[in-house]
Design a protein around this ligand. Structure first.
Ligand code: ADP
Ligand code: MG
Length: 333
């Protein structure tokens, strides 16, 4: 019996049972996997924040680069990152899968193990989903729900003229990792950042609870694109200091060999899954203290301006000419 036959023998309902027995019922789940719908009890006084993300084989991931455990972790992580960006506490999620019948049961078991590992880490409970066959590649769609008090939710709109612009961690590593994977490398820090991002849930929730950010977004499409979303929604402009953009040691040591402008990777490379947020200058000390206590680096990379548009200032004070703007699925290439 080959691996493909194992999934065929198990069938859709066998697979759903196999997933369901691994899920521990969590708070607020009145009915979990097994009926036509799940039933959830909302926490009184809190709003539910809902987000969906799809990962499509050949578009978002390449099975030659990613092992199933890591892919499972990433599939949930990208949704958790959206919850974090609004300051929502993760609560429940749905997992929809379109699976090529040739995929091995071992692959699916490892994938589910990865999803549930991140779920347990961030205390979000799997409450249902959908399972079908795919005539092409693997498609993973997750819908995640979180909760937060109305007054603590952080939106993209809200940045004020004079606010400082903060970003957690370092930028450009995931884009570098993808370049390295395409070049044939398979291990390293930057590659881990691309394949296995850790969502900034603890940071996003703590910032929101402390009501520090005026606007926040997670960096998934690239710094310039995602800051652009904050500017659009907040109807303000920004001045970014190129020299202040946080770059990792791995990034600084491996980008020279790639040639080209490494700034482009840090400004426009996607999938950093860091938090980008604005806060008034007089809250700077509180922001730094809070993130230092959590153990997460934070950098101030610019400020919000009344002039519309986004200016990037080079280290010598001149205007930096931006050439790449971030990932756009339907852009001409
Ligand atoms: P229906 O046909 O009524 O939509 P399904 O047979 O698709 O129901 O699903 C049965 C149960 O299994 C439901 O509770 C559904 O949410 C759950 N389920 C289906 N696929 C998955 C999955 N991939 N992960 C978790 N739960 C799932
Ligand atoms: Mg039904």
């Amino acid at each position: 019996m080959n691996e493909g036959e194992q999934l065929l023998e198990l069938g859709e309902f066998g697979l759903i049972k196999r997933i369901a027995v691994q899920v521990k019922n969590a708070s607020g789940v009145i009915l979990g996997i097994g009926d036509d719908c799940a039933a959830i009890e909302p926490t009184p006084g809190l709003l539910t924040l809902t987000t969906a993300d799809m990962l499509v084989e050949g578009v978002h991931f390449d099975l030659a680069f990613s092992d199933p455990l890591t892919l499972g972790r990433k599939a949930l992580a990208v949704n958790l990152s959206d919850l974090a960006a609004m300051g929502a506490n993760p609560r429940h999620f749905l997992l929809a899968l379109a699976i090529p019948p040739s995929l091995s049961l071992e692959f699916i078991d490892r994938f589910i193990a990865g999803v549930l590992e991140r779920a347990n880490q961030f205390k979000i409970c799997l409450i249902g989903g959908d399972t079908c066959a795919s005539s092409a590649g693997l498609v993973i769609a997750i819908t995640a729900m979180g909760e937060q008090a109305p007054a603590k939710i952080v939106q993209r709109a809200g940045a004020m003229v004079g606010d400082l612009i903060f970003v957690t961690g370092t930028l450009g590593d995931a884009a570098l990792g993808l370049e390295l994977l395409r070049g044939g490398e398979r291990v390293g820090e930057a590659i881990d950042r691309h394949l296995d991002p850790i969502p900034r849930v603890v940071e996003g929730v703590a910032l929101a609870e402390a009501k520090l950010p005026t606007a926040m977004i997670d960096v998934s499409d690239g710094l310039l694109a995602d800051l652009g979303h904050i500017l659009d929604r907040s109807k303000v402009g920004a001045r970014l200091q190129l020299a202040a953009i946080p770059l990792s040691a791995a990034f600084l040591s491996s980008t020279p060999a790639l040639g080209g402008d490494p700034n482009a990777l840090a400004l426009a490379g996607g999938e950093d899954y860091e938090l980008l947020f604005t806060a008034p200058p007089d809250r700077k000390g509180d922001v730094v203290a809070l993130l230092t206590k959590i153990g997460t680096p934070v950098s101030i990379i610019g400020e919000i301006t009344a002039d519309p548009g986004l200016a990037v200032i080079a280290a010598d004070g001149s205007d930096y000419q931006v050439t790449a703007h971030g990932y756009n699925h339907f852009a001409r290439r």
